[in-house]
Design a binder for this molecule. Structure first.
Ligand SMILES: *[C@@H]1O[C@H](CO)[C@@H](O)[C@H](O)[C@H]1NC(C)=O
Ligand SMILES: *[C@@H]1O[C@H](CO)[C@@H](O)[C@H](O)[C@H]1NC(C)=O
Ligand SMILES: *[C@@H]1O[C@H](CO)[C@@H](O)[C@H](O)[C@H]1NC(C)=O
Length: 459
């Protein structure tokens, strides 16, 4: 009995400790900490050469520096292959980024043939299958030649077992079809090609972003024929259940939600963005409103209710602000005050789009580029607070407004695809044609099409 009591006591202490640490320091979540098993499968064949192999190692180290390594976070494994695969670094053997990097730097170049299929099979059997963690599993295959063994079926089998495969091809000996057969679909996301090893440093940022998207943005939003990685914030906040009233947007089939001051559109950030946000993303919303005060269309609050991220509509000045975290001051506020921002305040339907990258943020209104402003480096967001939409700034009161869409797309490329075709708006006519959708701007006053206002695009 005494023993049982002691066990119970220990358990309680352990539980409390976890609870307290979570309460004390809020948890910041970002790509640095998103849990994932990541394995690099590196070509060590003769065609690479010792000098280029050093470049590969340096590239690997530079990518790894972006992650916090540890049992709760990301784990990195490395396989080098030529005629046979070599387990250079098993998954989960390192508790810190520095130790892992030291081991990466001491990898020796093999030399030999290119048996890529065998290496993928090996990574599956000896790394992924041995990991007890149920989370995102990613393999990055880096090669500069055609595989000398069967690779398609092996790769397909790995993908069937929930391993996301990226393929990076270097140099002119690469077979594009083989890379496509290795990697996940769409190839535009999972296959990369660079002309030589010097050039792989150029794809460091995009690889970092893609790896992050895999672990941070697992949800997929159906957009036209594709699935896009991202967050449908209206779904995350349960708007369908909480807002009863729907309105039909004139001249379209689209429905929107009529938000009244009686509803509270709040949810724990942990439930909406469990691993935070990627370094680059696209915020898109379609709404109309009459309020003349300052309110947050979307905001992510810390536990003590400070906005970490917010898209704020400044009714008095007729401007729009974007708030995000900052390495320097905790938060940074970017205000867009160009004359065109005023159109948002005409009580009509408008699309707001913010392309957020690591260095800048660009505002688009109704598909027109308005302004680009620089950003300081950001920090991960605290996920212990609330995510809310339609709240007066600094208050808990809900704003009365109508909303049709509010999303985050994790792939910044989506910015080029999210066209006005998607805006159901008063004054636009959507024409469905066999090649996609086309939009004409309608003149509000007399119903004629505005001359030269054709927009056509595939979605
Ligand atoms: C890795 O980073 C270091 C330091 O920033 C840089 O000198 C080196 O060129 C990078 N290597 C690659 C392959 O990008
Ligand atoms: C940081 O805060 C100080 C005042 O606290 C302000 O003067 C400065 O402009 C801020 N810097 C940035 C980059 O926001
Ligand atoms: C409709 O109004 C616009 C100005 O708002 C004008 O340019 C155009 O000629 C008018 N069209 C017709 C058919 O009257």
């Amino acid at each position: 009995m005494a023993q049982l009591l002691r066990l119970f006591q220990t358990l309680l202490i352990l539980l409390l400790r976890d609870y307290i640490s979570a309460e004390d320091g809020e948890t910041r979540a970002s790509c640095r900490t998103a849990p994932a098993d990541l394995v690099f499968i590196l070509d060590g064949s003769y065609s690479v050469g010792p000098e280029n192999f050093e470049i590969i190692k340096s590239w690997l180290v530079n990518i790894t520096r972006n992650f916090d390594i540890g049992p709760k976070f990301i784990q990195v494994g490395v396989v080098q292959y030529s005629d046979y695969p070599v387990l250079e670094i098993p998954l989960g053997t390192h508790e810190s980024t520095e130790n892992l990097i030291k081991e990466m730097e001491s990898i020796h170049y093999l030399g030999g043939n290119t048996k890529t299929g065998r290496a993928i099979q090996f990574a599956y059997d000896h790394l992924f299958a041995k990991s007890s963690r149920f989370l995102t599993k990613i393999a990055v295959v880096l090669t500069d030649g055609k595989s000398q063994d069967e690779v398609k079926d092996v790769a397909a089998e790995a993908r069937k077992n929930k391993i996301t495969l990226f393929a990076i091809g270097v140099g002119s000996e690469i077979e594009e079809d083989e890379l496509k057969a290795i990697a996940n679909k769409p190839s535009s996301t999972y296959v990369f090609y660079v002309e030589d090893y010097i050039a792989i440093s150029r794809i460091k940022e995009v690889i970092k972003q893609k790896l992050c998207e895999e672990s941070v943005c697992p949800t997929r939003i159906p957009v036209a024929a594709r699935d896009e990685k991202g967050f449908d914030i209206l779904v995350g906040l349960g708007v369908k259940k909480r807002v009863k009233k729907r309105i039909q947007i004139p001249t379209t089939n689209a429905k929107a939600y009529e938000v009244t001051s009686r509803v509270d559109l709040s949810e724990l950030t942990r439930n909406v963005f469990p691993e935070g946000l990627p370094p680059s993303y696209v915020f898109v919303s379609t709404q109309r409103f009459k309020v003349k005060k300052t309110w947050d269309l979307w905001r992510v609050l810390s536990l003590d209710k400070r906005p970490q991220i917010a898209v704020t509509i400044n009714g008095e000045e007729k401007t729009l602000s974007f708030t995000t975290t900052s390495l320097i001051n905790g938060t940074q506020v970017i205000t867009f005050a160009a004359p065109r921002v005023k159109t948002l305040f005409d009580e009509g339907w408008h699309q707001i789009r913010l392309l957020v990258t690591e260095d800048f943020v660009t505002l688009y209104i109704d598909d027109q580029e308005i302004e680009t402003k620089p950003l300081h480096p950001v920090l991960g967001i605290y996920i212990s607070g609330l995510t809310q939409i339609g709240k007066y700034s600094g208050k808990e009161e809900t704003v009365q407004f109508d909303i049709q869409k509010l999303r985050i797309y994790c792939d910044p490329e989506q910015n080029n695809r999210e066209t006005v075709c998607e805006i159901p708006g008063f004054g636009w006519i959507l024409l469905q044609s066999e090649w996609g959708c086309a939009v004409r701007f309608l003149d509000h006053t007399n119903g004629s099409f505005l001359k030269g206002s054709w927009f056509e695009g595939l979605i």
